[in-house]
Design a protein around this ligand. Structure first.
Ligand code: FES
Ligand SMILES: [Fe+2]
Length: 441
């Protein structure tokens, strides 16, 4: 349950809002590098409720700026991307990637007047095929977060963008609520059909306990169950400010991933999912003993409709609210999957979009399994308000290296009452596929 004020502060991301101001302090993954080509068409980019255009100039630099021309507000999306700048097609004013006005043709204009004109441009960076944008006020921006999954050699990183038509926090809460896994994703799996030794033998059909802790970057949590007299199954997940999650999709030792729920506006978000693509160990992609899929469908089945030039025309899946996320009642009835909706991502998408674009959190009834959701809300509100009201630098902004550490995943260990210690001990056993090759930005 959350008050209306809390709900507004959590969900609204436009300029001047509590969450919007807070989010602008961080670098955000915004587009694939391949979405803009040198001297190619500009891209409509919606970020934190701002309508922007992205383009790559003749030298390969990426510009991201307000889509309205500073002259008389025509959309620069229609502009000509030529000779190291974007030229408005109305009266020909031209801007470079930093927003400087390079040319005001057709009239006699004093050089000083030209210098005063500036398009509203944001700082950009590229790493491993992704364009990042910084929309904050600092002249010298913070460093890019050193997420392990983003720092791997490019041949080892897979990056997926998927748009979702619901508020970023709603989507994010679905991410850190791993208690739904036993129902939504594997509710029809027979535990005897799970391969011997697979940690998920200890989750399907079990009732877990839940523990949460605040961390330097956000919140961590564990779901845990005693599987016999001496052993406990653990499932760890983390939230790192402002919108990053590290979810348990595999054995913790190999589960190198990071997921961002980047707000496009209040009612649309973009998932940016980085993962180590060679990880095939102890994960959800493992087949069951009878050869069928563990998750009752295809794990990574993501069928996209072609991108178009609409503000919300990028990286949409074929399943959506209008076609009931392609639910198949026959499959649901026969228990071939719990939902009849194909693919883990589409199952999650159906849940959060079916709530409506922005839920009224005063209608909820939270339980122990929602501890992580409740704690993350509180922590987020606290640090976002502290930034807005007192100027306190948000967690992680000036500590980009801290983002390397969080690792979600599952494991079975000797039983202990101290879950934080168990997690710490697991960190010593991790496999880092990019070790030695990761470099700072
Ligand atoms: S509106 Fe863009 S140059 Fe006039
Ligand atoms: Fe899920």
């Amino acid at each position: 349950m959350a008050s209306n004020k809390d709900n507004e502060d959590l969900t609204r991301v436009g300029p001047g809002t509590v969450m919007g101001n807070f989010m602008r302090e961080y670098w955000m993954p915004a587009a694939k590098s391949t979405e803009v080509t040198s001297d190619g068409a500009p891209l409509r980019l919606m970020l934190l409720g701002e309508k922007l255009v992205a383009f790559r100039d003749s030298s390969g630099r990426v510009g991201v700026m307000d889509h309205q021309c500073p002259h008389r507000c025509v959309s620069l999306f229609l502009g000509r991307n030529e000779e190291n700048g974007l030229r408005c097609v109305y009266h020909g004013w031209k801007f470079d990637v930093d927003g400087n006005c390079l040319d005001i043709p057709g009239i006699q204009v004093h050089e000083a007047a030209k210098l005063k004109i500036k398009a509203k441009a944001y700082l950009t960076a590229e790493r491993n095929g992704v364009i990042w944008v910084y929309m904050g006020k600092r002249k010298a921006p913070p460093k890019l977060p050193m997420l392990e999954a983003c720092m791997l050699p490019s041949s080892e990183v897979e990056v997926i963008f998927i748009q979702r038509n619901s508020n970023w926090m709603q989507n994010f809460e679905g991410e850190i609520d791993t208690s739904h896994f036993n129902f939504l994703h594997v509710g029809s799996v027979d535990v005897d059909n799970i391969p011997d030794g697979h940690a998920l033998q200890h989750t399907v059909g079990y009732r877990h306990r839940f523990s949460v802790n605040d961390t330097e970057l956000g919140v961590s949590y564990a779901a845990h169950t005693k599987v016999d007299d001496d052993h406990t199954y653990w499932r760890f997940a983390h939230f790192a400010m402002p919108f990053w999650s590290f979810i348990p999709q595999a054995d913790i030792r190999y589960n190198v991933l990071a997921r961002a729920w980047v707000p496009m506006d209040d009612e649309h978000s973009m998932l940016v999912f980085f993962y180590w693509k060679s990880n095939r160990r102890g994960g959800l992609t493992d087949p069951l003993k009878d050869g069928t899929s563990l998750v009752g469908g295809s794990l990574l089945k993501n069928d996209f409709v072609p991108n178009d030039t609409d503000w919300f025309g990028r990286w949409r899946l074929t399943g959506n609210k209008k076609n009931d996320w392609l639910i198949d009642r026959d499959i649901q009835r026969k228990k071939l999957s719990f939902t009849g909706i194909d693919g883990v991502h589409m199952q999650d998408q159906a849940m959060t979009e079916s709530m409506g674009a922005i839920i009224d959190r005063s209608d909820e009834h939270l339980m122990e399994s929602d501890l992580m959701v409740a704690r993350s809300r509180r922590r987020l509100l606290k640090v976002a308000r502290a930034f807005n009201e007192e100027g306190i630098v948000p967690p992680g902004v000036d500590d980009h290296q801290a983002y390397f550490t969080p690792r979600g995943g599952y494991c079975v260990t000797e039983t202990s009452d101290d879950w934080a210690k168990v997690y710490k001990d697991q960190l010593k056993l991790l496999f880092h596929p990019g070790r030695g090759s990761a470099t700072d930005a």
